[in-house]
Write a protein that binds this ligand. Structure first.
Ligand code: 0RQ
Length: 506
């Protein structure tokens, strides 16, 4: 305890998770740490959920507004949702219980660009933040805090919350000290200044979080590991998508449109993203860098092999094996990994300046290149937009990747019109499926559609898509710029909802 909590005055605030949870009242807005299963508080949310369940059993309402960095874990999102204790959730989630409640209409969800959260919270757009619950690795004698495996919105929650509860997690390696870069230079308009970061390895801040000790009302000690989702090896479709991407990069280097070591990489979460990283690790490219949101197994492997010289992120999201390796070989990664607040890791100014290659997964794309990252059949939310919009709109080249079909072929991921739009045709430059890669840069809508159908659609759906476009062009649509048959444009989704298959029978 003495080694982790070096501020003497603060030791008097040590209490149990149950005692700390008593300090959170119904109707509060609570800002918690946590990003993609890393660095979230592990004890107070469970104690809070128990308090909520007891209140509900006694017929008393007990719900809070829950703000985080991004997705957390079953002990946080899962437990609070199970207790029916979340009234409003932002900005990103991927928890099955939370998802079900949102889709059943039992919880409001504000799905936001991750770079927008901190400035909007500062501006007061979400109301008052009553309490922050933040995991740290340690407290220095002067009260500065050592962050853990994610930074997310912690700086902002600590700054704007009325009160702060800290969880000091003894499982988190003290070796993480020095691997963070917390920037305190952001301002609200009209006081904003340029952010002086020009390369992924630049340090512009300091290794610690600040917090006024007067605001700290509780310190809870834990010894619990991060979520650590297991990592599945790439499947055949992911491997094909990765190969298309690498062929494209090689082509672009030859054409002089990309440097030999590429440009800073951003890679989304999931199987496909990991497969592309695995492919890059086997590729001829060297001295690559990453300026990304989440550092997952694939990037760790690239650092280990020396292919990737530096990775900047806001969180780790590693498998149990990779976590084990990372924590026991921290010195290998010191100077090559830096974690930053998400408003900096995802900052449009920096993404545009560095000229990034943004690679994200999608749910579906339409023939014109509009992309849906968040909704199934138009109305059911899956996870959220996360950082994909921050990166896609501002990247040097933005890629969206998906298998061409889902649910055993019953769904085409290339459709006449997307059932929900997260990334408009203007933000989408390259679409990739296992069938091929459609480079849409500089094309008008009709040639874009021809290319998407030819390169990306599954053969089972290609003719139907071409037929749709031909009929729209031939006179079914009043305009020839982006021809659509309005009665038919969402009929594929409607057919799936009714019959379980987008294909016409017979
Ligand atoms: O459902 O498991 O029930 O079959 O959707 O699909 O193939 O497992 O895809 O895990 O890579 O996630 C876009 C959701 C892809 C993710 C998305 C069904 C499919 C399956 C999931 P089942 P997969 P992945 C930075 C970047 C937004 C955030 C982002 C995501 C399930 O990548 O949330 O980019 N992205 N962040 O069967 C209906 C379709 C479908 C479909 C697939 N067209 N219609 N269902 N499915 N296509 C990171 C952060 O921001 C934190």
């Amino acid at each position: 305890t003495q080694a982790r909590i070096q501020h003497e005055g603060l030791r008097s605030k040590i209490m149990t998770a149950e005692q700390a949870a008593e300090l959170i009242q119904p109707g509060f807005n609570v800002g918690m740490s946590g990003f993609t299963g890393s660095g979230y508080p592990k004890a107070v949310p469970l104690a809070l959920a128990a308090r909520m369940e007891a209140a509900h059993a006694a017929g008393k309402p007990f719900r809070v507004g829950l703000w985080t960095g991004a997705s957390t874990a079953p002990e946080l999102d899962g437990a609070l949702a199970k207790a029916e204790g979340i009234s409003m959730r932002l900005p990103y989630q991927s928890d099955p219980t939370v998802r079900n409640q949102i889709n059943a209409g039992g919880m409001f969800y504000s799905d936001m660009h991750l770079s927008h959260v901190a400035p909007m919270a500062w501006a007061g757009f979400f109301g008052r933040l009553n309490v922050a619950v933040i995991e740290v690795a340690g407290i220095l004698p002067d009260g500065r805090l050592i962050p853990t495996t994610s930074v997310g919105n912690n700086k902002t929650w600590l700054d704007i919350a009325d009160h702060v509860i800290l969880e000091v997690n003894h499982w988190q390696s003290t070796g993480l000290e020095g691997m963070h870069d917390i920037y305190y230079g952001t301002r609200l308009p009209p006081h904003r200044q340029p952010i002086m970061l020009t390369a992924p390895h630049d340090r512009i801040g300091e290794p610690y979080l600040h917090c006024d000790p007067e605001k700290i009302i509780a310190i809870v000690q834990t010894d619990a590991h991060d979520r650590n989702s297991p990592f599945s090896p790439p499947d055949e479709n992911s491997r094909l998508i990765a190969q298309h991407m690498i062929d494209f990069f090689q082509h672009e280097v030859k054409a002089g449109r990309l440097p030999a070591n590429l440009l800073p990489l951003q890679s989304g979460v999931g199987n496909i993203a990991n497969a592309v990283l695995a492919g890059l690790n086997e590729s001829p490219f060297n001295n690559m860098t990453a300026y990304t949101e989440v550092l997952q197994d694939g990037m760790l492997e690239m650092i280990k092999s020396g292919k990737l010289t530096f990775a900047s992120a806001t969180a780790l999201s590693l498998s149990p094996e990779a976590t084990q390796y990372f924590t026991t070989h921290l010195d290998e990664f010191r100077g090559r990994v830096l974690l930053r607040p998400q408003e900096i890791s995802n900052h449009p100014e920096l993404i545009r300046r560095m000229g990034m290659l943004a690679m994200n997964a999608m749910i579906e794309a339409d023939i014109y290149g509009n992309v849906n990252s968040t909704h199934l059949m138009g109305s059911t939310v899956m996870n959220g937009i996360g950082g994909s919009g921050d990166f896609a709109r501002n990247a040097y080249i933005s890629f969206f990747m998906s298998p061409s079909t889902a649910k055993g072929g019953a769904i085409s991921c290339i459709v006449p019109m997307v059932s929900h739009t997260d990334h408009t045709e203007h933000d989408v430059q390259v679409i990739v499926t296992e069938q091929g890669l459609a480079d849409l840069r500089g094309l008008a809508p009709v040639p874009r559609a021809r290319r998407v159908i030819e390169k990306c659609a599954h053969p089972d759906y290609r003719d139907a898509l071409t037929d749709y476009l031909d009929r729209a062009l031939a006179g079914g649509a009043p305009g020839k710029h982006t021809p659509h048959l309005l009665q038919e444009s969402l009929s594929w989704h409607q057919r799936f909802v009714q019959t379980g298959d987008m294909r016409k029978k017979g």
